[in-house]
Design a binder for this molecule. Structure first.
Ligand code: PRP
Length: 189
């Protein structure tokens, strides 16, 4: 019989904080102001990509004091790995058609670009009035597919990050900051 040993707090597994909670909050408020100015009177739909973008969406939408609606896609290409498989799967599709709507895709991180290439194509197939992208994090060193970003929170270095929605093996999403795991955490799985 094997016994799984876990640390008391996910925060104990963090080697370094890249973006602390106040830094994230300040930038999210700035993005909220940009998006408010852009979408006032347009009745946009924010399409968020589960699960990683959830905390970002929750904080961002509360900084956008205009009428918006929400919808969700769930896609996955990473599984439990730190490397993308490149094959994007839809796990959950939109609840409502976006034909004729102004769509803002709200994403947590743009890495290789495989996920967003697929998602943006999927949305454009439905003939929305517009599709734009807001991503909290951009890791340009890893880009394989060029993707235009309309609203960007932070550019980050080529390191595997967790927290504020981002996971490793489905853990660490609930950390209020974005950080890098201690190397020994990878050996544990
Ligand atoms: C992560 C992240 C982005 C995608 C970015 O999702 O949330 O959607 O990878 O990577 P890419 O640019 O290389 O495609 P993941 O598949 O891990 O699902 P999750 O949001 O449920 O964690």
């Amino acid at each position: 019989m094997t016994t799984e040993v876990r640390t008391a707090s996910p925060a104990d597994d963090i080697a370094e904080i890249l973006l602390d909670a106040p830094t994230i909050a300040t930038r999210v408020a700035e993005l909220g102001r940009e998006i408010t100015a852009e979408y006032a009177g347009k009745d946009p739909v924010f399409v968020s990509i589960l699960k990683g973008a959830l905390p970002f969406l929750a904080d961002l939408m509360r900084q956008v004091p205009i009428a918006v609606s929400l919808d969700f896609l769930e896609v996955s290409s990473y599984g439990d790995s730190t490397e993308t498989s490149g094959v994007v799967r839809i796990l959950k599709d939109l609840a409502h058609p976006v034909e004729g709507r102004h769509v803002l895709v709200v994403e947590d991180i743009l890495d290789t670009g495989f996920t967003l290439r697929y998602v943006l194509g999927h949305l454009r197939d439905q003939k929305p009035a517009s599709v734009r992208l807001c991503t909290l994090l951009d890791k340009p060193a890893r880009r394989i597919v060029p993707i235009q970003i309309d609203h960007k929170g932070f550019e980050i270095p080529d390191r595997f990050v967790v927290g504020y929605g981002l996971d490793y093996g489905e853990r660490y999403r609930n950390l209020p900051f974005i950080g890098v795991l201690k190397p020994e955490v990878y050996g544990r799985r």
